[in-house]
Structures are given as C-alpha cells and as structure tokens.
Design a protein around this ligand. Sequence first.
Ligand SMILES: [Zn+2]
Length: 288
Amino acid sequence: MPEGDSLYRFAARLRPALVGKPILAVRSHGPGPVPQVHRIVGATCTGVRSQGKNMLISFDNGLALRGHLRMHGTWHVYQPGEPWSRPEREARLVLEVEDAVVVNFSAPVIELIEERALEHYGPVSNLGPDLLDDDFDPGEALRRLRDSSRADLTIGDAIMDQRALAGVGNIWKNESLFHAGINPWRRVRELSDEALLGLIGKAQALLRASVGKPNALDLKRRPSMYVYGRAGQPCRRCFARLRSGPQGVDIRHTTWCPKCQPVVEGQMEPPVRTRSVQPRGVNAGEPS
Ligand SMILES: [Zn+2]
C-alpha cells in the first residue's frame, strides 16, 4: 500500500506537470466514472499536495480532486503521445494539459469536491497530524494515540490509524516499531508517553528520510528495511530469527525481532509464526 512518503513523491511528480496549466480534457473510467469531473475542463490547476495518504489537486474554479490509492493505485505522468506502461482500461482518471498526460491507475477513491468543504470533509479533516508536514506536532499525535478509543489497540494497529497520525502504512509500521524497540503486540495503554513519543519520532524520521528531508536519524536516503518483508530471516542487528504474524482488522503482516522488540510480562501473546511472507507491491516498480 502506498504510504505517506509515496504520496509525497507522487505529488512532487504531478506538481510540475499540472500546476499553472489549464485542463484540456478529462476522462474517468470504472468502477463508476467520477461524478461531475467534466467541471474541471477549462479550469487551471492551482496546486497539488499530499495529505497523509490522500492526493489533493486544486483548481482555480474552487474545485479539488481527492484521490486515495488504497492497495494498488498509482499515478503516472506521460508526455502527449507517449505509450503508457499499463492499458487504458486500467486508468481510473486521465487529465490532459498542453504538454502532459496525468493518469491514475486503479485508485478506488477519486472524487471531485469543493475546496472550501475540505476542512469539514471527514476523510481529510479527521486525519491526524501529517508526519511529513514540517510543522508536524508530535504532542498532538501522542494526544490522539492516547484517546481512550485506542487504549486497547495493539500499537501495531494504532500507529497505522490515520486519525491519530497520518502517513504510516504497513512498511513504516514495521520499521518504526523495530527502530523504537517496541513489540508490535503491546497495547497502547501499556506504553509510556516516552515510549510513544519515541515511536512517533522514529516514524517521522523514517518517512522524512524516505523523501529526502533532513531527519532525526540523519539518514541521507530511503532507509533500508530491517524487518519489513524479512520474516524468518536473521535480524540485521542481533541475528535472531524474525517472527511474523497477521495483525489488525485489515490482517496486515507484521514482522518483528523477538530480541530487539521483546514481549513484556503480562502482554498479549503474539501469534507464533516464522514463515516467510512476500509482501505485495514491493519491487513492483512503484514506490511502495
Ligand atoms: Zn534483533
């Protein structure tokens, strides 16, 4: 699933292709065409930004497109006439400007909304602070993680709750928990504020590193994976065999090191499994 850092990179790619240019043509395809999308034809794109895992494309007539890629969606930019790497029937949305064609493939969510309604529109307004925002507020993320509705969640679930903090998907969940030394199966209520702030700090640093921003881990490029996709392999730090198990309502695979991220007394037992799990979407030619 594309995470906050992927959306940030997609927005950086779309921005020079679209901003300041009038939309000459738009097409949308199933699962159900995007209602009213013809209303942006003739409007000029005024901005492209990511917010958490959302893409927001604004126009000078007060409308905005919101896209959410979920598991398999992606954004491509082509020159006019350039062959696409995927068939047109897979295109969800096609935006044509004078010198570029922007194509969304396979996004389940593409919708046209009034820009002024965004701040009251749940899928955007309910998001927690964005880890890639330069003004990211870790205290606010902590406050939201501490909400009583999340006290009994495992931290592996809670860190992916976009209403607590926006940007973390399965990859950075696994990696942030490893770098923070926290077992993914611990409940939020079992963790101290210090531990949660440490975890938030690791997630922020990893996402910032992934998009080339200065970060607290002082990483200069996209961080290499310590646990994600490495179930059953030796830990890069202590050589213990990494464990893996399904976690959360979406049954995402979580991988952790039993030594670097130890269970604590009284904690819910994680499922016992060490078989190798090949995550989908990795090495598929898209930033994941
Ligand atoms: Zn280890």
